[in-house]
Design a protein around this ligand. Structure first.
Ligand code: CO
Length: 679
């Protein structure tokens, strides 16, 4: 991408092409005198992440990739963001393989990915060695342009990523996450952009993830940036509030040389504006995108058809989300808040949470709301409302954020809140990743060596341990023994949302496995666990699936497994079954422990609905064991709620007697988790 010279831009700004008739494309002769406008297609990444919950499969992509390659896009955003995680978790695909396959069919168009700076593709900071190898392998497999962002616009979190991309020959695109706050002035954005230019970015993206960048603000911001920095500027807007198309027009006139669009069947709503619309608009101006319209039509037809299969049944009702213009809360975040409140049986508090969220954000120093800060602020707001006392209970993520482990908050966090959350601990002042030891040497300790095939697998595992293991175990099975992929089960679940669990109505009758055989493989169980989570999130009633002789019944928070021909489904303890492989009969399932049965009346209870974990991650030791004497405030276990880990701590110095919930099992608010006696 070459920078458009300022003189040319001035001549072009805002002018229509002499002689061009309204709504008629300019002739080739006319196009010669136009300024090139570069269009990145986001259909294969952001658009399906925003509209289809990232459920597009590699085969879907490969069915149209050659036509897309012939459109003439500046680049194809097709990797990174949530695609990596979802590939393994829901599609049981290797994300690296998708990259290789697409690269092989796109000789004409550079590939582009979204990289979360030091967070790589995850939700926390990773050590420099992992980030560097990730970039190296991405380049080796064909990635060309890396759009690198940090949720806090903290340049220190971008440095290593930018250096690695340059080192391996990629195009490093820096990013400004656009947000509105008293702190986020044009001057502040320009300052952040200059810092990135100094490190060596090749271009800069204005990322408007919430769709709140107005045409007038875009004109002011881009004009100031064009004056201040000497790299090309690209705009990435979401159509959520309806302003994005107009914002692109003003931004391009002010000097942005590239914009992000998606193909019309996958545009609008919370995705990008449609490419066809922008083409028609710019055809009448001095800018020329030079796209092949026949190939565009082919791409359009393909996605109209694919949408019938992949679009979620319950999409947004309105093309414009007016909440955004009021609260400046991204649309995706509101649906997450709604799901989180549903999970906590508190949907009636949504208005309170929407009012609380801007306060929480201000108190935390006005972070832009984008992954992972959108989750941190969103969930903390929910907890602030549900617990009745602001910041009395904080997630580990909020604590880490206040401690500076995500980077420097844009504005100062209120000192009283820092004190309330950190006590006497002091926030760090260095680049967060400076505190991390190289992580690759011991990365896969505790994982069966046969599951890991190469360095790509190691990186996948470091970033998403549980999802990667689920995928590796599934992949290790002979194809005929692999259970259905979670995305297919999901689709089945959506077909019959509230079907009562009638054994004879659900699925085909299959012979039960021979006596003494386990009912499910570890991979089956992993897939079911993923499905159960989705199921709970969707708030579906009950569902019964029978396959390969096994019946699984799901209802909110519960999973029951039995042989398909058995009439009585029994609650099994699947986690224990698969950790210790061996014959399992459904009838042997242990009865659920009586709440508080083993204690002397004192129990630590769940503060929220969620899932109990005894250790902070796979392969990590348990936080505390039965019989341990623990100090007040010591971490005893974790309740994962709303995707975040809440450490559950001892209320006083005590001896732990008995854990009343197994590792990995769902818990409801106020369920007793562990009994104790005071010492
Ligand atoms: Co986006």
């Amino acid at each position: 991408m070459k920078k458009t010279s300022k003189t040319r831009k001035k001549r072009a700004a805002g002018q229509t092409v002499a002689g061009a008739k309204p709504n008629q494309p300019a002739s080739e002769e006319e196009n010669l005198h136009k300024i090139p406008l570069r269009i990145t297609d986001t259909t294969l990444r952001d658009a399906h992440q925003s509209l289809w919950a990232t459920r597009m499969r590699t085969a879907d992509v490969m069915g149209i990739i050659e036509a897309i390659d012939s459109v003439g896009y500046y680049s194809l955003e097709m990797w990174g963001g949530a695609t990596f995680d979802v590939c393994m978790r829901f599609l049981r695909e290797n994300p690296w393989e998708r990259l290789r396959q697409v690269k092989a069919k796109t000789p004409n168009t550079p590939l582009q990915m979204l990289l979360r700076g030091q967070n790589v593709l995850g939700y926390k900071n990773y050590a420099d060695d992992l980030l560097d190898r990730f970039v190296a392998l991405a380049c080796e497999n064909g990635m060309d342009i890396f759009r690198i962002f940090d949720a806090l616009n903290d340049t220190r979190n971008l440095e290593q990523a930018i250096r690695s991309v340059k080192k391996y020959g990629g195009h490093a695109q820096g990013t400004i996450c656009y947000t509105i706050s008293p702190f986020h002035t044009v001057a502040e954005f320009v300052r952040a952009a200059r810092e990135q230019v100094e490190i060596g970015i090749d271009s800069l993206c204005i990322k408007d993830m919430a769709g709140i960048l107005s045409p007038i603000s875009a004109e002011r911001l881009i004009s100031a940036l064009v004056k201040a920095i000497d790299v090309p500027i690209q705009m990435h807007c979401h159509a959520s509030s309806g302003m994005a198309t107009a914002t692109y027009v003003e931004g391009v006139r002010a000097g942005a040389g590239a914009i992000d669009c998606s193909i019309s069947p996958m545009a609008g709503f919370s995705a990008q504006p449609p490419v066809e619309t922008l083409l028609a608009i710019f055809d009448e101006t001095s800018y020329h995108a030079n796209l092949n319209k026949d190939a565009l039509r082919e791409q359009c037809r393909y996605f109209v058809e694919l949408a019938k299969k992949r679009r979620p049944k319950q999409g947004p009702l309105s093309i414009i989300d007016p909440e955004i213009l009021q609260h400046q809360i991204p649309g995706g975040m509101i649906s997450n808040l709604r799901a989180q409140l549903e999970e906590q049986n508190a949907l009636d508090r949504l208005d309170d949470v929407l009012a609380e969220l801007p306060r929480t954000r201000a108190d935390l120093g006005f972070p832009p709301l984008v992954t992972p800060t959108s989750q941190i602020v969103g969930i903390q707001s929910v907890i602030n409302v549900l617990s009745g006392k602001r910041f009395a209970m904080v997630t580990q993520e909020t604590k880490n954020y206040v401690k500076g482990l995500y980077g420097r908050p844009p504005a100062r966090i209120k000192p009283a809140i820092v004190k309330q959350i950190l006590g006497n601990e002091k926030p760090i002042t260095c680049r967060p990743a400076d505190l991390l030891e190289p992580m690759l040497p011991q990365a896969t300790e505790g994982v069966a060596p046969k599951l890991i095939q190469n360095e790509e697998d190691i990186l996948s595992y470091c970033l998403f341990p549980e999802q990667a293991l689920g995928y590796f175990e599934w992949r290790a099975l002979p194809p005929e023994k692999r259970p259905p992929i979670p995305a297919d089960l999901e689709a089945e679940a959506k077909e019959e949302p509230a079907a009562p669990p009638k054994p004879e109505a659900a699925g085909t009758k299959a012979a039960a496995p021979p006596a003494g055989e386990p009912l499910l493989t570890p991979a089956d169980y992993g897939a079911l666990k993923d499905l159960l989570q989705t199921f709970n999130k969707l708030g579906l009633g009950e569902l019964s699936i029978a396959r390969k002789g096994v019946r699984v019944r799901l209802s909110t928070g519960k999973m029951a497994i039995s042989a398909a021909d058995s009439d009585a489904a029994q609650t099994a303890d699947p986690e224990a079954e698969w950790l210790e492989p061996g014959p399992v009969a459904a009838a042997e399932a242990e009865p659920e422990p009586e709440p508080g049965a083993a204690g002397n009346g004192q129990t630590i209870n769940a503060p929220l609905n969620g899932t109990l974990y005894r250790s902070p991650g796979p392969g990590k030791p348990t936080l505390a064991n039965e019989g341990d004497e623990v100090e007040q405030g010591a971490a005893v276990c974790i309740v994962e709620a709303m995707k975040l880990f809440n450490e559950i701590t001892a209320p006083c110095k005590c001896r732990l007697l008995k854990f009343l919930v197994e590792h990995g099992q769902p818990v409801k608010k106020d369920d007793p988790l562990v009994s104790f006696e005071m010492v």
